[in-house]
Design a binder for this molecule. Structure first.
Ligand code: OSB
Ligand code: MG
Length: 372
């Protein structure tokens, strides 16, 4: 594939309502869109890094810097025959998986479009529809939270994930469970606890949760073993799993029984598929996480979610839950049974809405190989 040009764009999109986790509150989503040009075809990707380095090391600013100064030059200095090659090409750049995934996923879209095939088909996806859940942030009051849950259940979503942190956990989950005794319910701590909180985490066993996501630190697989051994509720790892080998080690150690896969966190499709396969071989179910993506990143999440071992509802939900207007057409929609129907168009299967993209772009930079 002759890559002729790569364009970076920072877009800024206000969220319809703030999103709060144990590490902070976001109201404006800043992501980097990538367009990769080759022989009349354009591949689209998104670097899903958050605004500041609080979920992982990355931010919108670091992703721009690493893409511009390291990732893009490396792409231009290499011959690429298949998108499978990108991950090993970028391996010498340590970390910065979300920046890398932006380019890697765009080149997968490009490659699928060149073959005139849907990307999910190229990946070996098995599902025609995918099951959707929602992630509900920390609210100003328990009443606000109960109202939000009610609304999402009426919309059809199959499972509810609550963000928790010390002080917004056991009592909140108790109240939610009382109101909604039968729903699929889980919570996500985003690393807010330590082993000192083991009793508090153990108390969550009372509420028949589907899983508890990432209670302890991002760089700690070891202590999660103790949490999983103490709790009946399955532990799911998110932040701790940066590649397939992390997944293998976490599973073999007994640190978790479920894994959340995010394209950005693991550096793109190649590694996401490796994590998927490592889990499948060990009968560990996976589901697709989210980073409040724009439609471009969301379309990629949908393609990934068609793989066979994505057997639990993911955090991939409708565009309108996040933005007044998304960057793709049609926008992502979820039916009354909480399912997304997989598009049959080539590539990511959704058309970028360039008029809308222009409206939300705050900076653009284009790069071409030196010799051209
Ligand atoms: O931990 O899954 C997470 C959003 C930003 C950063 C981390 C996480 C999340 C979410 C939102 O839970 C998922 C989504 O709706 O995109
Ligand atoms: Mg999470």
């Amino acid at each position: 594939m002759k890559i002729e040009q790569i364009e970076l764009r920072e877009v800024q999109m206000p969220l319809v309502s703030f999103f709060e986790t144990s590490f902070g509150r976001t109201s404006l989503r800043r992501v980097i869109l990538l367009r990769v040009f080759s022989e009349g075809i354009i591949g689209y990707g998104e670097a899903t890094s958050p605004e500041g380095p609080f979920y992982n090391h990355e931010s919108t600013g670091t992703a721009w810097h690493v893409l511009k100064d390291f990732v893009i030059p490396k792409i231009f200095n290499s011959t690429i025959n298949h998108p499978q090659e990108i991950a090993s090409l970028l391996k010498p750049i340590r970390g910065h998986n979300m920046a890398k995934a932006g380019v890697e996923t765009a080149i997968w879209d490009l490659y699928a479009k060149r073959l005139e095939k849907p990307l999910h088909q190229l990946l070996g996806g098995k599902f025609q529809t995918i099951d959707c859940g929602v992630s509900i942030g920390i609210q100003n009051s328990p009443t606000d939270l109960l109202k939000k849950i009610d609304k999402e259940l009426h919309a059809g979503y199959q499972r509810i994930k609550l963000k928790i942190k010390p002080g917004w956990d056991v009592e909140i989950v108790r109240e939610v469970r009382k109101q909604f005794p039968k729903i699929l319910l889980m919570c996500d701590a985003n690393c807010a606890y330590t082993l000192k909180d083991l009793d508090r985490l153990k108390a969550l066993d009372d509420f028949n949760l589907l899983m508890i996501e990432q209670p302890l630190a991002w760089n700690d697989i070891f202590d999660h073993v103790q949490v999983q051994n103490t709790l009946q509720t399955p532990i799911c790892l998110d932040e701790s799993i940066l590649d397939g080998e992390d997944a293998r080690k976490a599973i073999e150690a007994g640190a978790c029984r479920i894994i959340n896969i995010k394209l950005g966190r693991v550096g793109g499709y190649k590694e996401a598929m490796y994590v998927h396969d490592v889990c499948q071989a060990r009968e560990i179910p996976v589901w697709c996480g989210g980073m409040l993506e724009s439609g471009i990143g969301r379309a990629h999440n949908i393609a990934l979610s068609t793989l066979q071992n994505f057997t639990l509802p993911g955090d991939v939900s409708a565009s309108k839950r996040y933005f007044n207007q998304d960057l793709i057409e049609p926008e992502v929609q979820v039916d009354s049974e909480g399912k997304i129907h997989i598009p049959s168009d080539i590539g990511i299967g959704f058309q970028p809405n360039m008029r809308r993209i222009e409206q939300v772009t705050v900076r653009t930079e284009s790069f071409r190989p030196k010799e051209m």
